[in-house]
Design a protein around this ligand. Structure first.
Ligand code: ATP
Length: 355
């Protein structure tokens, strides 16, 4: 199957500043991708390059088989068949919902346009709001109008630029799942830009995690969480702490936390390793001989998130059901689940996992 969207070694610079460097990824028709990463890593720059608002300085962008960007040659934005949904929705306040949705359909005759607007209203379930004005709608409803407007001209791809960030945090994840459902039902290919990993997880099939203009890992949400390929990814995605430990030849950790699986790599006695410890890697176990002092705890509804101190002073997170209530200063009996823990060798930053 050929890709609906393909970026091949794309770079974008502002003057001398390389905002996106050598980025490659592709999406099949109907797939939802996400550009995720900290502020300033180049997400919006790439989205704008796909939309045609920024020129690429190297590489190519192809949409449904057609090259739409390469150095020195760009198809103008209005000829790209790209739909966009912006952070603030950018609805026209003085136009009704149906006129907002019909705004980009000038090329159609009156009847075809009215028909398309009706289809879009049904798609986002806002049939009863056709004559309402944006200020009469909730944030979530406004967002659905913005989606309907972007989808009305039947774009080859939908670009979503932080589309949930102006909404309440509780609403965000729910809407992200609803929008995913809607796009999937209609086979829409889309790319989302966000710095919020929960949104990315709720929406995307594939996530490009970016840092300083480069994609550091292109993967499924599951793999980014469970198989991070660098400490940067491990620390950016999910909660967790990286601790330094040493092992003996059979993999027993120096701090009494347990024994690492040898698998195909025998440990060198005294070898120093770095372990990614997620809150769910440490389990509350009242029968455990190991008890760690509680440094702090925070209530998370169904759970408490504890911070525990290891004998050498390093701190690790631990999630327990919220009926396990132990106060700071007291100790929590725990067991380390080392089976799935990610192990990095001991170089300071861009390490690769060795297990
Ligand atoms: P955020 O999450 O904060 O929106 P981002 O990942 O979308 O960040 P970009 O907006 O793509 O990041 O910016 C990437 C880098 O390029 C930043 O260092 C930014 O300062 C720089 N930059 C963005 N737009 C311009 C511009 N028009 N001229 C010069 N530099 C720019």
């Amino acid at each position: 199957m050929s890709s609906q969207l393909a970026l091949q070694q794309v770079s974008v610079s502002y003057g001398d500043f390389p905002a996106a460097v050598d980025v490659s990824f592709s999406l099949e028709k109907g797939q939802i991708g996400c550009l995720l990463g900290p502020s300033g890593c180049g997400k919006t720059t790439l989205l704008r390059a796909i939309a045609g608002f920024e020129q690429v300085t190297a590489g190519t962008i192809t949409l449904n088989g057609e090259t739409i960007s390469r150095a020195g040659a760009q198809l103008p934005p209005e000829r790209r068949r790209v739909g966009m949904v912006f952070q603030d929705f950018a609805l026209f306040p003085h136009l009704s919902v149906q006129r907002n949705i019909g705004f980009g359909l000038d090329a159609m005759n009156r009847e075809a346009r009215a028909q398309r607007v009706r289809e879009m209203l049904a798609l986002v379930e806002l049939e009863h709001y056709a004559n309402a004005y944006p200020h009469e709608l909730s944030g979530g409803q406004q967002q659905r109008v913005a989606l309907a407007r972007a989808l009305a001209p039947n774009p080859e791809i939908l670009l979503l630029d932080e589309p949930f960030s102006s909404l309440d945090s509780e609403l965000r994840e729910q809407l992200a799942s609803e929008v995913r459902e809607l796009l999937k039902r209609n086979g829409v290919t889309a790319i989302l830009v966000t710095h919020d990993q929960n949104e990315a997880f709720a929406m995307a099939d594939q996530i490009a995690l970016m840092r300083q203009g480069q994609v550091v890992q292109l993967d499924t949400p599951y793999n980014l969480y469970h198989n991070p390929r660098s400490e940067f990814v491990a620390e950016f995605i999910g909660q967790g702490t990286i601790i330094t430990v040493s092992v003996n030849a059979s993999g027993a950790l120096n701090n009494g936390l347990g024994i690492l699986d040898v698998r195909d790599r025998p440990w060198q006695a005294g070898e120093t390793l770095r372990l990614l410890v997620r809150p769910d890697d440490i389990e509350y176990d009242e029968l455990s001989a190991l008890s760690l002092p509680v440094v702090s705890k925070s209530f998370r509804g169904a759970h408490y998130l504890y911070e525990l101190a290891l004998p050498d002073g390093q701190k690790v997170p631990c999630l327990t059901p919220s009926h396990v209530a132990i106060n700071p200063g007291e100790s929590l009996p725990v067991r380390f689940n080392l089976q799935h823990v990610v192990v990095f060798d001991d170089s300071p930053s861009e390490t690769t996992p060795i297990r």
